[in-house]
Design a protein around this ligand. Structure first.
Ligand code: F6P
Length: 327
């Protein structure tokens, strides 16, 4: 069903993810092709409430595809979580004469988008978070780059761990989801992977490290998700306390935000480009209240209500495969 959209706005919200700029570029230029005016919203939902809209023309989004972060800025807005905040946002959209909105972000951002959509405002979401914890997209914008950044560190840590015969704990991001840790652990050849989805106690981690030494390994690498029941800080404290009994020396590296700030790799640029353009085409087709995600190699819309109601599962059988491969 064709629409009579004349002006759209685009925002990035929540934790930034490498590829957000490529998505902004794709949204802008695809919308311009439809003859629409495009506005960027500064700093996510906070900017929507404040009404900070900046015009985006073709040249304004030039040279940004290869850069990390988001040219629009991002934020986590507590005010937007309130009914009053959302009504203010609706007023700002009305005053700026915006007909539709594109929301680029992860779980929290798409939950906010769903609320706004329920109030009747036409919008489409774009799946973007390094956590890969969003339903409606098998992989989200930023995951691949964040994973590559984590891997680069893991590879380096393995080198020095081997030189010294040490064990290393590497903590990766992911909030409550173990996807990044699981994939970084498998691709980095970790001896142990600790994720929130599978309870793993410190003694179990310790015996896997000892088993690795016994198999003649020159190092032992443990990749821990930040959301795991026993995160890296806790595990390290436990191993320090029991150092004599366990008999190994252990170092800890927390990768933290380093994983988020990289320049997007080819996969994220292409994914962001396809999802951003897909969001505009969905609006042009009269769709709204959907998330554009990547499902079976295609750009697919899923109702936001469905996206926010479900929890994304990860394939924990891969944990067993990682154990086999760490032999
Ligand atoms: O959601 C992305 C993410 O990087 C999570 O992995 C992490 O837990 C969180 O954001 C950190 O948030 P902030 O940047 O607000 O500290």
């Amino acid at each position: 069903m064709p629409t009579n959209i004349r002006q759209i706005a685009v925002l990035t919200s929540g934790g930034d993810a490498p590829g957000m700029n490529a998505a902004i570029r794709a949204v802008t230029r695809t919308a311009l092709e439809h003859g629409w005016n495009v506005f960027g919203v500064r700093h996510g939902y906070a900017g929507l409430i404040a009404g900070t809209f900046v015009p985006l023309r073709a040249r304004d989004v030039g040279g940004i595809m290869q850069t990390g972060g988001t040219i629009l800025g991002s934020a986590r807005s507590a005010e937007f979580k309130t009914g009053e905040g959302r009504n203010k946002a609706l007023r700002s959209l009305g005053e700026a004469d915006i007909d539709a909105l594109v929301v680029i972000g992860g779980n929290g951002s798409q939950a906010g988008a769903n609320e706004l959509s329920l109030l009747g405002f036409p919008l489409v979401g774009v799946a973007s978070t390094i956590d890969n914890d969003l339903c409606g997209s098998e992989i989200t914008i930023g995951v691949d780059t964040a994973l590559n950044i984590a891997l680069e560190s893991i590879d380096r840590l393995k080198v020095t761990a081997s030189s010294h015969g040490r064990a290393f704990l590497v903590e990766v991001m992911g909030r409550n989801c173990g996807y990044l840790a699981l994939m970084a652990g498998i691709a980095g050849g970790a001896e142990v992977i600790v994720i929130p989805e599978v309870a793993t106690g410190p003694e179990e981690v310790a015996s896997s490290i000892q088993a690795a030494w016994q198999r003649g390994k020159p190092h032992a690498l443990v990749v821990v998700a930040e959301g795991a029941e026993h995160n890296a800080t806790e595990l390290a404290a436990y191993f320090r306390k029991h150092k004599e009994r366990l008999g190994f020396d252990l170092r800890v590296t927390t990768l933290g935000h380093v994983q988020r700030g990289g320049a997007p790799m080819a996969f994220d640029r292409l994914l962001a480009t396809r999802l951003g353009a897909g969001a505009v085409e969905a609006l042009a087709d009269g769709q709204q209240g959907v998330l554009m995600g990547y499902v079976r190699s295609a750009v697919v819309p899923t109702p936001l209500a469905e996206v926010v109601a479900r929890k994304k599962e990860i394939d924990t059988r891969l944990l067993e495969l990682s154990r086999v491969l760490a032999r």
